[in-house]
Write a protein that binds this ligand. Structure first.
Ligand SMILES: *Cc1c(COP(=O)(O)O)cnc(C)c1O
Length: 431
């Protein structure tokens, strides 16, 4: 896989280099130089296969130049060792449950794949590696968990103080070992900006081997392409028009879906579903991308005001907004509608959704209403127990608590606090 920078001023890179660097040297994000489509027969052949088979077929297509066949197979099988159910809710709606990994959110896919990719590419052997990650809640624990106990590797998690759910905070601040949590006195966008600034800092890169595990790291996106193919292949009637709705914040997940489409995924359209932080739906409508400070919502992992993957979406479409609009429709939903949706889905189907997944569900219902012949998939990105503080009052009953989450809640957290200040972060990283 050859990668180029969205800023256009860095040399083309191998996957190993791009994963290790995180950010391209010109400050841009790495995107695949080209994505070769799978043959239509190869896509059809994925139908009704289990997740590991589909993941392996797609990963082979993408990464055969980067990894030996046996290493690739080991990586895929061990990274994705949890179930990925497609649950029907009514005749035209299917929920792709991406929250059965160890930290109960879809971020486990990218984090586990990336951790193993770094190990397989032997990039953390000589100098210790510091993995810096800004989190709006779920990335921190997924990355921390994926790298926990990995030799010669230190994970530093930046999160906005008071703006993640208490359960999420517990999950990433109780890992201990080689995983440190830092509460930043600001918003997620401040954390993301600090992480990018640290990666671009010449002094730091001279003294530390630093990489990012955010969705600015292309290694995570590659892992997310596979489940779009799986969802399609598992539908009872995939020859119908298929729409996919993606609850979005930083837009890494949706970008992976667009890459899958470029690789021949037979999906007609994607819904970019957001909460009140609707800069991307507004961009699709007006043609102007106007980042702004994020507002706090109940789907806090999507409270992003300056989504970094917009640069990748633009690069994938050569900056042609009309082409992008043909593949992606924006759909924004406030907290009241999200709560109503959680209550209604529980009442009608007995199915409990977390607030992020509910935003995706709302986006899909709007699109299905406009396309009477289509069926749709919405991505469920987190287990409802991670957001039980919000979900339980809405549905009026307890959310069943998975055992691995209950265990985390009894451990002692360990957190350092810093203001939004690069020098303070650098001191922590060097210390
Ligand atoms: C991170 C996250 C999102 C947003 O995903 P992006 O790839 O940043 O758009 C949605 N839901 C949950 C639960 C998340 O943790």
């Amino acid at each position: 896989m050859k990668l180029v920078s969205t800023a256009g001023k860095a040399p083309a890179s191998t996957l190993a280099d791009a994963v290790l660097r995180g950010l391209a040297p010109d400050g841009g994000l790495y995107v695949p130089d080209s994505l070769t489509p799978l043959a239509p027969e190869a896509v059809r052949a994925l139908r009704r296969h289990g997740f590991p088979d589909v993941a392996l077929a797609v990963a082979r297509h993408l990464l055969s130049e980067d990894l030996a066949p046996d290493a690739l197979e080991r990586l895929v099988v061990s990274a994705f060792d949890f179930p990925v159910p497609v649950v029907p809710l009514g005749p035209r709606t299917f929920v792709l449950e991406l929250f059965h990994g160890p930290t109960l959110a879809f971020k486990d896919f990218g984090a586990r794949f990336m951790a193993r990719l770094l190990a397989a590419l032997h990039v953390s052997q000589d100098r210790p590696l510091t993995v810096l990650v800004a989190t709006s809640g779920d990335t921190g624990s997924a990355v921390g968990h994926a790298f926990l106990g990995v030799p010669h590797t230190r994970v530093v998690i930046l999160y906005p103080e008071g703006k993640v759910s208490p359960t999420q905070e517990r999950q990433f601040s109780t890992l201990g070992g080689n995983v440190e949590a830092i509460a930043v006195q600001g918003a997620f966008d401040d954390c993301q900006r600090l992480a990018k600034a640290a990666l671009a800092d010449a002094e730091l890169s001279g003294s530390l081997r630093l990489t990012s595990a955010n969705s600015i790291n292309v290694g995570r996106l590659v892992a997310q392409i596979v489940y779009y193919f799986f969802a399609w292949a598992d539908l009872p009637d995939p020859d119908r028009e298929v729409i996919v709705s993606v609850p979005s914040g930083n837009f890494g997940n949706l970008t992976a879906g667009l890459m899958a489409k470029r690789m021949g995924l037979p999906v007609t359209a994607f819904i970019a579903a957001t909460n009140a932080n609707d800069v991307v739906p507004a961009y699709l409508q007006s043609g102007r991308f106007r980042p702004r400070p994020s507002a706090a919502t109940i789907s806090s992992a999507m409270d992003v005001g300056n989504p970094s993957n917009v640069a990748r979406m633009q690069a994938l479409y050569d900056g042609d907004l009309d082409r992008l609009r043909r593949d992606v429709t924006g759909s924004a939903h406030g907290d009241d509608d999200t709560r109503t949706c959680i209550a209604e889905v529980e009442r009608r189907f007995g199915y409990i959704m977390d607030p992020h997944s509910a935003v995706g569900y709302l986006g899909l219902q709007g699109a299905l209403a406009e396309r009477p012949n289509a069926i749709g998939v919405c991505l469920a990105t987190a287990h409802p127990a991670k957001f039980r503080e919000i979900v339980e009052p809405v549905i009026g009953r307890a959310v069943p608590m998975p055992e691995r989450l209950a265990a985390v809640l009894t451990r002692q957290p360990s957190v350092r606090r810093i203001p939004v200040d690069l020098e303070k972060l650098k001191a922590v990283l060097k210390g």
